[in-house]
Write a protein that binds this ligand. Structure first.
Ligand code: IMP
Length: 200
């Protein structure tokens, strides 16, 4: 099955492509179709934003389109940065700047519990929508560590492996990550919807 990935984030794209290809889904990027659909993420939940993105790209391409929306929710900050994870601190701040800002806003806080959340949505041209969600619980580190991954990975400490996400290989991260969990559930639901196993 061919699907368009509604994302221009190179890191996320690579991670999703890796996971979905392993599940036998042929992934086409928006750019390969000459598309760059700009969707305003006006939803208040990850699921709402994923649906907005998937629908817009499905409508523009005429193909099933898959989108995800994800972010980091910190308990002591009432779930912030949440759906604003990519925009935390404003448009001029980069990934490391956002990590530093979050650490600054968490200064003195001992409750470091946080979780990555990922919602995945596939919108089909016939109006069908398949959705899934995954979470990964961790704790917020006190300083960035590791050079892998992207976004908040250097400050997301995963206790079971005693490493930040930025210290994991991409395979190790997929095996436990919110995106890995969401895509696993997504593949199960997609298979159930199609009534057949999705194979290459
Ligand atoms: P989105 O592109 O609107 O889904 O924004 C997701 C944002 O959440 C990213 O820009 C990152 O800041 C953060 N994020 C989501 N997933 C991850 C992850 O796996 N590692 C690190 N940061 C992530």
């Amino acid at each position: 099955m061919k699907m368009v990935l509604a994302s221009q984030n190179a890191h996320k794209l690579a991670e999703m492509q890796e996971i979905l290809s392993a599940q036998g889904i042929e992934v086409v990027q928006e750019s390969e179709l000459g598309l760059a659909v700009n969707v305003e993420e006006t939803g208040t939940t990850f699921a709402e934003n994923a649906l907005l993105k998937a629908k817009a790209v499905m409508e523009a391409s005429g193909l099933p389109a898959i989108a995800d929306d994800s972010g980091l929710c910190v308990d002591a900050l009432n779930g912030a940065p949440g759906v604003y994870s990519a925009r935390y601190g404003g448009p001029e701040v980069d990934d490391l700047g956002r990590c530093r800002l979050l650490l600054e806003n968490m200064r003195g806080m001992t409750d470091r519990r946080c979780r990555f959340v990922c919602a995945v949505c596939c919108a089909f041209p016939d109006g069908t929508v398949v959705t899934a969600e995954g979470e990964c619980a961790g704790t917020l580190a006190y300083a960035p560590r590791g050079a892998g991954g992207f976004g908040y990975d250097p400050i997301f400490f995963f206790p079971a492996l005693k490493k930040t996400f930025a210290e994991l290989t991409s395979e190790e991260k997929h095996a436990v990550s919110h995106r890995g969990a969401a895509l696993k559930q997504f593949q199960e639901r997609l298979t159930a919807y199609l009534g057949q196993t999705v194979e290459a």
